[in-house]
Design a protein around this ligand. Structure first.
Ligand SMILES: [Zn+2]
Length: 439
């Protein structure tokens, strides 16, 4: 595997840290330049050759990294004599690269299992695969709009007004780019300035060639003093490395109704969804810990014909927008639309069966386990019914029952005994962090 890192760029917004001369990718975090953290992560994934696009006026990067042997990789350089924007340097790569490659921007702190990323890219045969994740500020981020099978159908620019609900799925700025796209540069006689997003990513989206690789791994921009500080803290706490999907993950699985949103009757339309007061703050604490936040919900309203898949998507998009406005997010969301009992007026017959995902069965947890490499035995399940507690027990998770309503409305699972009982998600997070020694 090979990679291209765009390592130009002066740290104008980081002047207080970089001074006048240090390049942004050379800004140290935890004693190493950001760029070195990238090289280490690439090397650990088995990437053998790394090309860096460096500015013409200084040799800072070349002097530091040399031929890369210190990191067990071969590092090569493209010298950018005139600034070519975020995409123009692909002109040089087109002449050398013989395979699909990772494209990184040098101001991102990251630790990714690149092999897993490439496997997804190959399986989808993408022109460009973009690393996609929820973040704590979707409202001022570019957001990917995914269609079927993770194909990206649109990129919502942060500059466009958004008076609608959308999935919190932002474009992290890390890509796998196909050789096929690179070959379009072979027609050029000389490099031209080019914007990667506008002139390469957008047209590839409209050519149906871009797929979103959803991941919970750590990728964060450190371009402002605030973000720089927070990335430094994450590195110190071990969150950056522990999130790499090569490592087993720990999750806090959350029921939806009565845990994240208020539960009166079933929520059948987006209008009816109201967050519980404590939920965004509690989720934010999970987001900043080594745990993943994953929602697991039964939504038999779909099988009963009371809510369509489209309406359920609206409900979930609204939930993510509201959480995002308060700086929090879910790493994953799984729902079961099925229901076993036939005989409701307007029901959807093909969803009426005894599936493997409806809680207390653990189909959704097993899917999450596969998607995020989760160790279920080191994970927690938080819900407001005995059915949730039984689900957690069935999956060997530790369990917490939230007392927000009747915990056992249908009288099933009387023997499901939670490890802890408390009043809301905020308290549940207190308990989990205390038990797990998370600060
Ligand atoms: Zn199901």
């Amino acid at each position: 595997m090979i990679a291209l890192i765009q390592a130009g760029g002066a740290g104008t917004r980081l002047k207080s840290i970089t001074g006048d001369t240090l390049l942004k990718p050379m800004v140290p975090i935890g004693g190493k330049p950001i760029l070195e953290h990238q090289v280490i992560s690439l090397a650990r994934s088995g990437v053998e050759h790394i090309w860096m696009v460096c500015p013409g006026h200084t040799n800072q990067i070349e002097d530091y990294f040399g031929d890369g042997s210190k990191w067990g990789v071969s590092i090569h350089y493209f010298k950018e004599l005139i600034p070519l924007g975020t995409g123009g340097a692909l002109f040089y790569a087109a002449k050398v690269f013989k395979e699909d490659f990772f494209l990184l921007f040098g101001d991102l702190m990251l630790d990714i299992d690149f092999g897993r990323f490439m496997k997804f890219h190959k399986a989808h045969n993408s022109i460009i695969t973009t690393f996609a994740h929820p973040n704590s500020h979707p409202y001022d981020s570019d957001v990917l709009v995914p269609g079927e099978n993770s194909k990206v159908v649109h990129l919502l620019s942060k500059k466009e007004p958004r008076d609608f609900y959308y999935e919190n799925l932002t474009n992290a700025g890390v890509y796998v780019v196909s050789k096929e796209l690179l070959d379009t540069f072979l027609d050029l006689d000389e490099p031209v300035k080019m914007d990667f997003e506008k002139e390469l990513l957008m047209p590839s989206i409209y050519a149906d060639g871009v797929y979103a690789y959803r991941s919970s791994e750590y990728v964060k921009d450190c371009g402002t003093p605030d973000r720089y500080e927070s990335v430094g803290r994450d590195l110190e706490k071990g969150v950056v490395e522990s999130r790499n999907l090569r490592n087993k993950q720990r999750a806090i699985f959350l029921d939806r109704d009565g845990v994240i949103n208020k539960f009166g009757n079933f929520v059948k339309k987006a209008d009816a969804l109201v967050l519980k007061e404590d939920a965004p703050g509690a989720l934010k604490r999970i987001n900043e810990s080594p745990f993943l936040a994953i929602c697991i919900t039964n939504q038999p309203v779909v099988a009963r014909g009371e809510t369509t898949f489209g309406e359920l998507k609206q409900i979930h998009d609204k939930m993510q927008v509201l959480l995002g406005e308060r700086g929090s997010y879910l790493n994953g969301l799984y729902f079961c639309p099925h229901h076993p009992d036939k005989g409701f007026e307007g029901e959807v017959p093909e969803l009426k069966f005894d599936c493997d995902c409806r809680k207390p069965k653990i189909g959704m947890l097993l899917k999450a386990k596969e998607d995020f490499n989760i160790d279920l035995e080191k994970s927690w399940f938080v819900g407001d019914t005995k059915q949730d507690v039984q689900t957690g027990i069935n999956a060997n998770c530790r369990t917490i029952l939230i007392t927000s309503g009747d915990p056992n409305p249908d009288g099933k699972y009387p023997n499901a005994k939670p490890d802890f009982i408390c009043k809301d998600l905020a308290e549940a997070v207190d308990i989990i962090f205390k038990e797990e020694g998370v600060n």
